[in-house]
Design a binder for this molecule. Sequence first.
Ligand SMILES: [Zn+2]
Length: 192
Amino acid sequence: MNKITRYILLLLMPAVFIHCSYSQTSSPKKITKMDSTDQKNPQYSHTDSKQVNMPDAEWKKILPADVYRIAREKGTERPWSSAFETSKEIGTYYCAVCGNPLFKSDTKFESGCGWPSFYEPISKSSIIYEKDNSHGMSRTEVMCGRCKSHLGHVFDDGPPPTHLRYCINGVVLDFEKAAAAEKQYNDKKEGS
Ligand SMILES: [Zn+2]
């Protein structure tokens, strides 16, 4: 996005993105955030589907501060602050708290709302839904289906086929590139 487009979008933001409201301060922009928690997080797994029930006091010891604030205290990152928002890389997005697979990159779309947006989760066990009437709005909160961490909200103004927009905080996502897609991409690059 160039500077002018961004400026215009920022000007329009209060009117257009009312559903995507945010209430808390930012975290610094990160280019990549790959499994930053897995070194000392015994719950982190991309394959274990067993529910995780750990008290927040324990999570606080393990998680980076920005992840803890959003995931466990239902915080919201500053719009446009996540490198995932515009990323077109092919792969899988996981819960940064527990590693649960959440979204595939082929269901990601540019919503323009300032947060990474998807139209469909990977499976029923990816997401838990809950009514959220905070901040004077009626919204549906989405949480990780495995560890119940706050991820963001879902709205009904997304693209087909689901017409849903999962508006997710990039801080609570881990991304892993699809190995096959990466190879194809590199082969193509070398060939051209
Ligand atoms: Zn999780």
